[in-house]
Design a binder for this molecule. Sequence first.
Ligand SMILES: NC(=O)NCCC(=O)O
Ligand SMILES: [Zn+2]
Ligand SMILES: [Zn+2]
Length: 520
Amino acid sequence: MTILVLLGSRNACCVTATVILIKGGEVVNHDLQMKADVLIKDGLIAEVAPNIKAPAGAKVIDASGSYVMPGGIDPHTHLAMPFMGQVACDDFYSGQAAALAGGTTMHIDFALPVNHNLLAGFKEWQAKAQLACADYGFHMAVTKWNSQVAEDMGKLVQQGINSFKFFMAYKGALMVNDEELLQGFVRCRQLGALPQVHAENGEAVALGQQLVFEAGITGPEGHALSRPAVLEGEATGRAIRLASFVGVPLYVVHVMSIDAMEEVARARKAGLPIIGEPVASGLALDESAMWDANFTKAAAAVMSPPIRSKQHGVALKKALAGGLLQLVATDHAVFNSSQKAVGRGDFRVIPNGVNGLEERMHVVWQEMVVSGLITPRDFVRITSTAAAQIFNVYPRKGCIAPGSDADVIVLDPRVKHTISAATHHSRIDTNVYEGKEIQGKVTVTISRGRLVWFEGKLNVEPGSGRFIPLPTHGPLFDGIDKAGADTAARLVKAFAAENGATPVVREDAGGSGKASKDEL
Ligand SMILES: NC(=O)NCCC(=O)O
Ligand SMILES: [Zn+2]
Ligand SMILES: [Zn+2]
């Protein structure tokens, strides 16, 4: 069937108000599931109730036997990213079209500074996003520390960026040292912005790469060998401890190993506001592809931190099911085979990154729900609601309720399909999930009231996507003093609490500027 109605967006060529009624499905939110109809008007959810009568002219979608859920939110993507001498081959149009075909209606992309200049990076990403056909937000990376960076972070939060990423790896490129990390954490705390870390010990990774390469291992398997899980665990633990010292929440991106997951879990058990984000590839795949004799296949699986052995994926899934990890992303950063081929003969220069934007919802459904580890409600939480909450855009996103944006998917658990590069919508010419069978399929995607994926067809327009500003001081900052980052005052309080004393602020330090323990 041809879709005749392509609808309503401020930027799109045609601005047509529309009404969609989804009938007879099982509506699933993270906290409640019920049989109900969903009425969509003017880009918003208007009503959720049993037996809604179709308004005149409404498009009615039969969802009987299917789940009706909030569209997925992928909190970690890299569209059109210049990286390791290449530019990721999915731009904001192709990447987002692929996302919509797989049931993801919003993503948060990592803007990179240009020559360490954050505002220039923001501008560049705004230009890239002119092609957008879905909703998106931005994180901003911080790759150096100075007063200009601090000032620009302040400007960016005014423009809807509420998270800043620090790379602890990629020495000589994006990596920051501990001093820069600490300064960045302090600034994030002042701003109520969430710091994020790519946690691998970059110095040790550089040494590992050199040693492995010098030992004559030059193929993609060298990638797996040179940056073992212990380096991820070390950096994760270090970042968590530094964040706790500064008193700021922390979001650890792409948790790929038991080592890193256990650091996150330990911190959370101690009550620290730490978020651990595994990615679909880390849950569903293992490192064996990197050992494949076919270079193209092996290089396609190269990402950092590396996809680990099976036991890591099993543990990550259990941690996710048990609430020790909070949400699933993709780290979608795609380089086609000719781009990956620059690393033939030297694994150190294979552009890092794998696909997932289109596959994440299906992979997580298969690995977590079909396998019996979690319920459909948990699925909604880890693929949508948690991201909306963490990045402070809930319940506008991540929820099917009156007033929320009409980002809705219909997932039919009866439909079986197989993932393949031959049928996916991304521009990449390989697929790390090639041949993976999935029981359940997103048959309908509605993005802000527009029917963009229906009966196996995409109906999208470049330029119709919208930037979603993300406000600071999200729920992770609850209980954290908004006034600023007075680390010294906190240290005095913490010392006093640990030593069973009451903190007293001494007016006159006798000119010495020292505190005496008795006065605490
Ligand atoms: N993860 C990866 O291999 N590529 C994208 C950049 C990053 O997130 O580290
Ligand atoms: Zn990373
Ligand atoms: Zn990434």
